[in-house]
Design a protein around this ligand. Structure first.
Ligand code: C5P
Length: 238
């Protein structure tokens, strides 16, 4: 009999948050009575299907060890890399040394996304658990999106307008079979392809990725004003 499929969460948290411009990296900023990263991880700790949560930390991280909710037997930490993809790769290397199997699922979730609903996590798992490849939480865009010309000078100009009927925002978690994500990341390293999410890496293998419609308020903290918005969203959904 094949082993039971297991589910692992990977939380890339090794970014140094250059865009937000705070001294403390954005994943450690306070949010209500917790921090961004603790809020981001909480659903994975609660979910009975998640066996372990692998958090990739910056080599000089000075914050993780001081958090209240990091001493949980599901949590394991690894050192992250120079890019998000390298941080995820390091977590995968860790999983390969645990008894993780090729067909197990990994769910990669940004440390900077504190507003994931438990019900969206549940929906993602439910919709994809029989899938050979995997997929992502995503949300249709409501704004009209412009592709800009290469920036020259201070003013951008429009290159073209996207058909918004066909454009979705990629959210996280992004859920793939361990073997698929491993192959995809190796492929990108080999061909020197830079990716900003796991789905893009898997797309480069020519595989079709499912989109599971999640709530658009599963925002990523990028600017300081996002924190106020995140606090309001958490009040509404909790
Ligand atoms: O910078 P961005 O918002 O795209 O980062 C998304 C996630 O990837 C964050 O949780 C960040 O901490 C993580 N990351 C990482 N290792 C890096 C860069 C980013 O784990 N070298």
């Amino acid at each position: 009999m094949p082993n039971k499929i297991r589910y692992w969460a990977i939380i890339p948290a090794a970014g140094s948050s250059e865009r937000i411009g705070t001294l403390v990296p954005k994943q450690y900023l306070p949010l209500d009575n917790t921090t961004v990263i603790e809020a981001a991880i909480s659903n994975f700790l609660q979910h009975p299907k998640i066996t372990g949560v692998i958090v990739a930390l910056h080599p000089d991280d000075q914050h993780w060890g001081h958090l209240a909710n990091t001493r949980n037997e599901k949590i394991h930490s690894v050192i992250g890399g120079e890019s998000r993809a390298e941080s995820v790769q390091n977590a995968i290397n860790y999983l390969e040394n645990t008894p993780a199997e090729d067909q197990d699922f990994v769910l990669v979730h940004d440390a900077a996304r504190p507003c994931l609903r438990y019900t969206d996590l549940e929906l993602l798992i439910q919709q994809l658990e029989q899938d050979d490849v995997g997929g992502i939480l995503a949300s249709p865009v409501s704004d009209t999106l412009k592709v800009v010309d290469n920036q020259n000078g201070s003013m951008n100009t429009v290159n073209k307008t996207l058909d918004r009927e066909n454009v979705w925002r990629a959210l996280t978690p992004q859920m793939f079979r361990l073997v698929t994500l491993k192959k995809a990341l190796m492929h990108c390293v080999k061909h020197n392809i830079k990716v900003t999410d796991e789905a893009s890496a898997v797309e480069h293998l020519g595989l079709k990725i499912k989109l599971v419609k999640g709530h658009g308020d599963n925002i990523k903290i990028t600017h300081t004003e996002d924190l106020e918005l995140a606090a309001a969203i958490l009040k509404k959904i909790n």
